[in-house]
Design a protein around this ligand. Sequence first.
Ligand SMILES: Cc1cc2nc3c(=O)[nH]c(=O)nc-3n(C[C@H](O)[C@H](O)[C@H](O)COP(=O)(O)OP(=O)(O)OC[C@H]3O[C@@H](n4cnc5c(N)ncnc54)[C@H](O)[C@@H]3O)c2cc1C
Ligand code: FES
Length: 251
Amino acid sequence: MKDYLATIVENKKIANGVYSITFRVDEDVKVRCGQFGEIAVGGSHLLRRPIAICKVEGRDITFCYQVKGEGTQRLMSAAVGQKLNVLMPLGNGFFVEGSEQKVALVGGGVGIFPLVSVLREYLGKKHISSYMGFRNEGAVCMLEELQKADKCVVVSDDGSYGEKMNAVQAFEADLAAGNRPDVVLACGPMPMLRALKQVTEREGLTCFVSLEERMGCGIGACLVCVCAMTNGANARVCKDGPIFNAKDVEL
Ligand SMILES: Cc1cc2nc3c(=O)[nH]c(=O)nc-3n(C[C@H](O)[C@H](O)[C@H](O)COP(=O)(O)OP(=O)(O)OC[C@H]3O[C@@H](n4cnc5c(N)ncnc54)[C@H](O)[C@@H]3O)c2cc1C
Ligand code: FES
C-alpha cells in the first residue's frame, strides 16, 4: 500500500449519476480484485473517500463512482491532468480457491464495480456466472465488461432493462434451474446482501460479501469502520475486510 500522487487521465459519465475516473501512476501497482483505494478528493476538511478498484490496465487505475455527497461531487468536478492522492491498494480482496471452479457474482448498483475486477482477474480461469441488478435502464453500465462472463444476467428494479427483479432473485431463479456455483461473491446494498445470505445459507453455499462501511483512515487505525461478527467480536471493514465470509458477519 502506498499513497500515490496520481494524474487523472479520464473522468467521464457512464450512467445516470455514475462516473468512471482513471488515474495514471508512475509505477506498476499490484492489486487483488476487490481491493479499494482511498481517494483524497480535496478540501482540507474532507476525509478521503473509499472506492473499489475496478480496472487496472498497466499503470492506469480506474474507479467508478456514484455521485452522492460533497466528496463524490468534488471527484466529478476534477479535471483531466489534475493530480490527486490515492492510497491503494487497501483491504483483503476476493480470493477464489483452486477447487472452486464455478463462481457466481451477485451485484447491485455500485456494488457491481468490485465484481468487474473479479471478472477481469478470473476470466478464462473459472466458469463465471454474473447476476447484476440496477435501479433502472439509466443506471445500467459496464455491460461490455459484464457480458464477458460465461453467463451474464442483467435485471432492473422497474423492469426497464432485463427482467423486473433484483440480482438476488435472478441468482435464485438460476439456482432453481440447476446452475449451482461452488462459491458466491457479492457486493451491493445491505438489504441485498442480507437476502443473499439467507439464500446461500439455506442452500449450503459458500458466500463472500464485500461490505461498505463509512471509513476514516482506511488502514485499520481509527476504528470508524467496525462491523459486528457473528462470534460477538468486531472487525475493521477496511483492514480485516472489506470481504468477509457471509456466515462470519452480522448483516
Ligand atoms: C470498501 C468500499 C468500496 C466502495 N466502493 C465504491 C465504488 O466502487 N463506487 C461507489 O460509487 N461507491 C463506493 N463506495 C461508497 C463510497 O465510499 C461512498 O458513496 C462515498 O464515500 C460517499 O462520499 P460523498 O462525500 O459523496 O457522500 P457523503 O454522504 O457526503 O459522505 C459523507 C461521509 O460518509 C462516508 N460514506 C457515505 N456513504 C458511504 C458508504 N456507502 N460507504 C462508505 N462510506 C460512506 C463518506 O466516506 C464520508 O466520510 C465504497 C465504500 C467502501 C467502504
Ligand atoms: S477506516 Fe479507520 S480503522 Fe477502518
